[in-house]
Design a protein around this ligand. Sequence first.
Ligand SMILES: CC(C)(COP(=O)(O)OP(=O)(O)OC[C@H]1O[C@@H](n2cnc3c(N)ncnc32)[C@H](O)[C@@H]1OP(=O)(O)O)[C@@H](O)C(=O)NCCC(=O)NCCS
Length: 205
Amino acid sequence: MGLNPLMKITNAPATGIDGIALRQIEPGDCEAWYAYLSLPQVFERTSWNLQSVDDLRATLEGYLQDGPTTPLRMAVVDTSTRQLVGTIGLHTISDVNLSAEIAYDFAPGHWGRGLASRLCERVTSWSFQALGLHRLQATVLVGNEASERVLVRCGFRHEGLLRGFRMVRGTPGDFNLFSRLSTDDAEIAGRPAGPVGRSSATSGS
Ligand SMILES: CC(C)(COP(=O)(O)OP(=O)(O)OC[C@H]1O[C@@H](n2cnc3c(N)ncnc32)[C@H](O)[C@@H]1OP(=O)(O)O)[C@@H](O)C(=O)NCCC(=O)NCCS
């Protein structure tokens, strides 16, 4: 058993959400991505440490290298405006252990629409079925309750607290560890419910 080839994403999973699509993230997404990643309400919930859009551009270029463990990052786009709504993908990919970590972020104007819950579920299923992963994990900075809700809803289980796990802009941060296995009972996984509608808030991107 091995990992299916992981390269730049040419066949992103269908989202099942009207007006929302996934595709490979591209250099042209950098400005819009940085516009919301640099907002305090976004970066404070993550370990991103970006001084400029160029920092993000360098990270993104790493995502475009073909290789079995290259991070996979997809742009979440509004299909009518082509606007970047968020990103979601996998990093810390192990082709030996068939495992990876899922990560996502959305522009604040699109929070609360159920997008993260639905797309986390889609990408989780895709990583098991299309890529052949066995374990998907997520690490959540302590206090990020919205992200924990997303994961629990998608059937991820809390495994414990990782003390001082990752540097958060120069300070060791504690992270909660969640995981879901391809063999977990489908009934255990929460199913995102409710319609996905447009947010009345203005987009942060
Ligand atoms: C976390 C994040 C991805 C959630 O995206 P979203 O599309 O708004 O998520 P959803 O609408 O699918 O669901 C959010 C859930 O969190 C809950 N929630 C939202 N804000 C919350 C808060 N401040 N405290 C507790 N729960 C909260 C919502 O009620 C919802 O739960 P429910 O469906 O059980 O009611 C988004 O807030 C974000 O991009 N944050 C900044 C980046 C980030 O934190 N990335 C994840 C790093 S691990």
